[in-house]
Design a binder for this molecule. Structure first.
Ligand code: FES
Length: 110
């Protein structure tokens, strides 16, 4: 199976290079490797906004547009920026190989 490389900076500013799989969401990949907690607590409904990531600007156009459900969920996150997205709404595809994101802040963060 083709691996999709994703560059992720965690909430402590540590960089990770993970390999995801097609069919997995970015939230699932981050959660599997326990890079942040709390993270993805609604399981991708989307409702919670804890899966907040900042997407490097060059990748924004490659993502599917935000749904109204994602707009509502991301409002629960803090320090929103133009490039804020819910990780659970980003489906990993081969086109996203090299995707670069930073996990958004959260209270009680690790
Ligand atoms: S996991 Fe809850 S909104 Fe993404």
């Amino acid at each position: 199976m083709t691996k999709i490389k994703v560059n992720i900076t965690d909430r402590k500013n540590k960089k990770h290079v993970l390999e995801g799989e097609k069919g997995q969401t970015l939230m699932q990949l981050i959660d599997k490797h326990e890079l942040a907690n709390p993270y993805g607590i609604c399981g991708g409904e989307p409702m919670c906004g804890t899966c907040h990531v900042y997407v490097e600007k060059e990748w924004l156009d490659q993502l599917n547009p935000k749904t109204s459900e994602e707009e509502l969920a991301i409002d629960n996150a803090s320090e929103l920026k133009e490039n804020s997205r819910c990780g659970c709404q980003i489906d990993l595809t081969e086109e996203l190989n090299g995707l670069t994101v930073t996990i958004g802040p959260n209270e009680n963060q690790i």
